[in-house]
Design a protein around this ligand. Structure first.
Ligand SMILES: Cc1cc2nc3c(=O)[nH]c(=O)nc-3n(C[C@H](O)[C@H](O)[C@H](O)COP(=O)(O)OP(=O)(O)OC[C@H]3O[C@@H](n4cnc5c(N)ncnc54)[C@H](O)[C@@H]3O)c2cc1C
Length: 426
């Protein structure tokens, strides 16, 4: 009998690891502290709105290959809407000006030479400054190597990079930003088509994986929060939960897919990111007016992105630590005023609303914090780390989480000599 693969944490990293184990015909043992899967990427019924929403508005891109492949493998891809064209509408609320960024499909950035595809009032040469990111030193911040002022920075680089890094781009790691650019705009418009789970992340990325695990005889063990690891020489030999223990027999492997602070508490001496940044989402129960784009970027105001979902308009504000102490109703009123202006709705009539503040949404993407991201393999030979905070080469994103889970599962399977097992019949 092959040894078991234990996976602790059923966020996207843990679920992706579990899918990878299932794909070679094995049943993983998945433990999750909370009563539900999905972690930071989950849908729930919100009573204030009377709607099912996500704990945070999420945007994927068509170039997020591993995340989209994971969605296909679990049977959730139909719940993801991939825009046919790379187009990002923007509006400057100070001037009322609207424009649409339309990078062309291929890698050669012909769009920067086309005034109708780029930021109005900009020149092709304005788009060259990010090239300097690719030569940056490990400790360099974006602000050390490219200008953080000016028309194109304010209307393009700042909004896009703030959303992707959840950190003020000026202080973000230049190297991490370069990796991000390589996989997004650097890969051409075809890799940057927005992908949105219009009916929520649950049906696309979480529920089908939970159902698949149950159907294959490996239901997630909910309510199992790991408290400590039992170790013997250089291997983990037990998982200690609040009211139970699970032995990890010789030949068995463990993937730890929990948040960074939990991993750090289990593994003294493990370096992990310690600083985080908040994301604020505001939701308004209102039908999006006809012609409202699915996603619109805003500059010159508090709101940064408006998502048009069926029956609601939802706003994302990244790097939002400054908003954590502001009264919720004050925030809702200010954000609604902006949303109503963009959508052409009545600003005086505040619809049913919800404000969700995720205080520790992602790690702060500075060079110092990035340097603390650990690799997959730990000092214990049967213990592997997964999560968006590990060394994925990407900011804390769904794509990074899925990659990390698949990588950890791949190494665990190889270590157990199991990777070549045939896929079991469904
Ligand atoms: C508001 C918000 C907006 C975002 N927007 C985007 C976006 O637009 N695009 C994008 O790509 N990414 C976005 N992200 C990031 C994305 O959600 C994360 O990168 C991803 O969900 C991380 O998955 P993970 O599995 O690494 O971690 P988590 O989701 O944190 O999963 C960890 C799991 O471990 C469980 N756990 C914790 N402690 C224990 C324990 N002791 N024992 C067992 N289990 C435990 C948790 O309950 C959780 O299920 C956003 C995040 C937030 C919060």
């Amino acid at each position: 009998m092959p040894g078991r693969i234990h996976i602790v944490g059923a966020g996207l990293a843990g679920l992706a690891a579990a899918e990878a184990v299932l794909s070679v015909g094995l049943e993983p043992v998945v433990y999750e502290a909370s009563p539900h899967a999905g972690g930071r990427c989950r849908s729930y019924h919100d009573t204030a709105l009377g709607l099912t929403i996500d704990n945070g508005n999420h945007l994927l891109l068509s170039g997020n290959e591993q995340a989209l492949d994971y969605a296909r493998k679990i049977g959730g891809a139909h719940a993801l809407h991939i825009q046919p064209e790379c187009a990002f509408p923007f509006m400057d609320l100070r001037t009322g000006e609207r424009w649409t960024l339309r990078p062309n499909a291929g890698r050669l950035p012909r769009w920067i030479f086309d005034a109708a595809r780029r930021v109005p009032g900009s020149r092709a040469v304005d788009y060259l400054s990010p090239l300097r990111l690719f030569m940056a030193r490990r400790q360099a911040r974006l602000g050390d190597v490219m200008p953080t002022k000016g028309h194109v920075y304010e209307r393009l680089w700042h909004p896009l990079l703030l959303a992707a890094l959840n950190t003020d781009p000026a202080e973000a790691s230049a190297r991490l930003t370069a990796s991000l650019m390589r996989e997004t705009l650097g890969a051409g418009g075809d890799a940057c088509r927005p992908v949105i789970a219009k009916n929520g992340l649950g049906p696309a990325l979480v529920d089908p994986a939970v159902a698949m695990l149950a159907a294959k005889g490996a239901p997630i063990r909910f309510g199992r929060g790991i408290r400590s690891l039992k170790v013997e020489n250089d291997r983990v030999c037990g998982l200690v939960f609040a009211h139970s223990e699970e032995a990890v027999a010789p030949g068995e492997e463990v993937v730890l897919a929990v948040p960074a602070p939990v991993a750090a508490s289990l593994l003294p001496g493990l370096e992990t990111p310690t600083e985080h940044r908040a994301i604020v989402n505001a939701h308004f129960r209102v039908a999006p007016p006809a012609g409202m784009p699915t996603l619109i970027g805003l500059v010159g105001c508090l709101s940064e992105w408006i998502f048009a979902f069926p029956e609601r308009l939802s706003v994302t504000i990244s790097g939002a630590d400054r908003l954590l102490d502001r009264p919720r109703d004050e925030l809702a009123t200010e954000i609604w005023r902006e949303v109503a202006h963009v959508a052409g709705l009545d600003a005086a009539t505040l619809p049913r609303w919800q404000i969700i503040r995720e205080k520790r949404a992602t790690f702060r993407a500075t060079p110092e914090q990035v340097a603390r991201r650990p690799e997959t393999q730990t000092a214990f030979r049967n213990l592997y780390l997964a999560g968006d905070w590990t060394q994925t080469g990407l900011p804390a994103t769904i794509e990074g989480a899925v990659r990390s889970g698949r990588k950890a599962a791949g190494i665990a399977l190889r270590h157990a000599g199991l990777e070549a097992l045939p896929r079991m019949a469904a």
